[in-house]
Design a protein around this ligand. Structure first.
Ligand code: AMP
Length: 172
């Protein structure tokens, strides 16, 4: 895990002052690291009977799609507003300043499907909390876990997510 942590690059003051951005591009361009991440996720979920891996736009798509392929299951995209072409359910949530929304197709899941939601970074937890609410309000699914590559412990995003099972591969 220390090897994986070493290929995450800190970019200070991006996208705005005071934020230390966790840049995953060095991890993605290193074949051993990217493979290690997907193999670790595959080993974690391979015996859980997962039907759909849910990826959150945009960096969540990278890991969710590779994991769905590795598990031989489906991929569902949770997207920013106006990107999905079919009928959608929507969830609006508060940001530090203003608000944002996410959407999912109304036919994204079958009844009682087992799902795992993936994103790259757990920061304040706002995005993933909205995603969990979007899915659990509109579908009868079994949310097995939410998974992250990186958890920023000092932001306490885990607390916001309540009692939902959370897995983070790396902690900073
Ligand atoms: P959150 O505050 O948990 O809602 O974070 C929202 C999204 O912003 C996450 O899905 C991350 O992709 C991204 N994000 C937030 N903080 C960082 C950070 N320090 N480095 C990289 N990405 C971040």
């Amino acid at each position: 895990m220390e090897t994986l942590k070493s290929v995450i690059r800190d970019i200070p003051d991006f996208p705005k002052e005071g934020i230390i951005f966790k840049d995953i591009t060095p991890l993605l361009s290193n074949p051993d690291s990217f493979k290690k991440v997907i193999d670790t996720l595959r080993d974690r979920y391979k015996d859980k009977g997962i039907d759909q891996v849910v990826g959150v736009e945009a960096r969540g798509f990278i890991f969710a799609s590779a994991l769905a392929y590795a598990l031989g299951c489906g991929l569902v995209m949770v997207r920013k507003p106006g990107k999905l072409p079919y009928k959608t359910y929507q969830k609006t949530y508060s940001l530090e300043y203003g608000e944002d929304s996410i959407e999912v197709h109304q036919d994204a899941f079958g009844k009682n499907q087992k799902i795992v939601i993936l994103d790259d970074v757990l920061a304040t937890g706002g995005t993933l909390t909205a995603c969990v609410e979007l899915v659990s309000k509109n579908f009868e699914v079994d949310l097995v876990e939410v998974g992250f590559l990186i958890e920023l412990d000092f932001l306490n995003g885990r607390q916001k997510l309540g009692d939902i099972p959370i897995y983070s591969m790396m902690h900073f």
